[in-house]
Design a protein around this ligand. Structure first.
Ligand SMILES: [Zn+2]
Length: 408
């Protein structure tokens, strides 16, 4: 083969010589796998203790779904690819907008580059909000569980998905939506044998169930079966996560929420500040749009120093950083971040105004993510690695580097 490598966003990747499956398990705090393993529910993953690799990696902060999925498939942080939340304040448009349109993506994906190099590539994501970003300028198969029934050859590179998978399309709020991703992955590996496949689930279960609980162990047992099937078909399997997940409650299970907009309005008056929660998306039932990361735009009377002092004094706040410091520390695009970035502590989430959050859908104690406290995620492979560099800070967006450049 003449060219055995590709270069994407300044990083070099060997092309795969066996089918590669990279899996992003949404909200997979390492403890979920650890507890499922202790309960004997994940025999395939347990078998990797002997023959695979298990690293702990840092995800991107804000520890949200879209920034991290895009980091994994581009191999670079949001300062390069541009996607730093589900949602942001578009200063040019003067509006709060969803960041799920590929026009906001500033870097090519490893998936598209491998497809351009002649490799057969397939992408399956649970929620449709990620599909267009992950499949941007990519030739191949790309569809979501959510809209699997509507997939067409012209738009998605495949049709007849429910029949192929042999499952009805599940509700967007169900564990089934992620199972459909894994089941589709196994069927695609059987029928199409793609050179590279990217599977991305949804954190519906992780938002509701703590590590080691029944629904959580059931989810990981389900996942383990499909991963084992991919392994048995000769695929290299690399598993990582977009972010962790923590309870955001007191000991009685009541949510610890700091309503930032209410605090700032009391201090500076209505209209002096604008709080943006980049976790906001169309599917908020299970977390009420509450996460551990927020950004604030200042105008009028609110000075940076006064706002910083007011926010730093609040209980549950871990850090309040001016834009430049936050963008340097978290590798974020400075044109899509407010004047201040606020990160809350492990047990606390950030809201805008109390009346803007509908918590009626929270039928179990709140679990969420977004902060530094959800930064550590697993990075697991079913192959041994050759001489991994010691002392390296692994990131979840090193998944393709690990898979293509370091595994045997
Ligand atoms: Zn997520």
């Amino acid at each position: 083969m003449p060219t055995a490598h590709i270069s994407v966003n300044g990083r070099r990747y060997r092309q795969p010589d066996a089918p590669l499956v990279v899996v992003c398990v949404d909200g997979c705090e390492p403890e979920y796998i650890n507890q499922a393993m202790a309960a004997g529910r994940v025999p395939f993953l347990a078998s990797l203790r002997e023959r695979g690799v298990c690293l702990t990696a840092d995800c991107v902060v804000p520890s949200f779904t879209n920034p991290n999925n895009l980091s994994i498939v581009t191999g670079v942080p949001p300062s390069v690819h541009g996607i730093c939340g589900n949602y942001f304040w578009d200063r040019d448009a003067g509006a709060e907008v969803m960041m799920n349109d590929p026009k906001y993506l500033r870097a090519p994906t490893i998936l598209a580059a491998l497809a351009d190099a002649g490799r057969k590539v397939a992408v399956v994501t649970a929620k449709d909000k990620l599909r267009a970003l992950l499949g941007h300028r990519m030739t191949g198969i790309c569809f979501s569980s959510e809209k699997a029934a509507e997939a067409t050859r012209a738009a998605n590179g495949i049709d007849g998905v429910p029949a192929l998978v042999g499952m009805d399309v599940p509700s967007v709020y169900s564990a089934g939506l992620s199972e459909f991703v894994f089941a589709a992955g196994v069927k695609l590996m059987q029928r199409e044998r793609p050179d590279v496949m990217y599977l991305s689930t949804t954190d519906y279960v992780q938002h509701k169930a703590a590590p080691g609980t029944g629904p959580a162990n059931d989810f990981y047992a389900m996942m383990d079966g499909y991963l084992g099937a991919l392994d048995a078909m000769g695929a290299t399997v690399v598993v990582t996560a977009d972010h962790g997940m923590n309870a955001k409650t007191d000991a009685f299970g009541r949510p610890n929420i700091v309503f930032l907009q209410d605090v700032l309005d009391r201090r500076f008056g209505a209209g002096g500040t604008r709080v943006i929660l980049p976790i906001t998306d169309p599917y908020v039932v299970h977390h009420g749009a509450l996460g551990s990361f927020a950004t604030v735009y200042l105008s009028g009377s609110a000075s940076l120093g006064d706002a910083t002092a007011a926010l730093t004094a609040l209980p549950g706040i871990e850090s309040v950083l001016p834009r430049a410091d936050a963008c340097a520390r978290f590798e974020l695009p400075d044109d899509r971040v407010g004047d201040l970035v606020i990160v809350s502590e492990r047990l606390t989430v950030l809201g805008t105004s109390r009346e803007r959050h509908d918590l009626s859908g929270l039928d179990v104690p709140l679990r969420s993510h977004g902060g530094v406290s959800e930064q550590q995620v697993p990075l697991i492979a079913n192959r041994a690695a050759t001489a991994l560099p010691t002392g390296r800070r692994w990131r979840n967006f090193d998944a393709f580097d690990l898979a293509l450049n370091h595994l045997q």
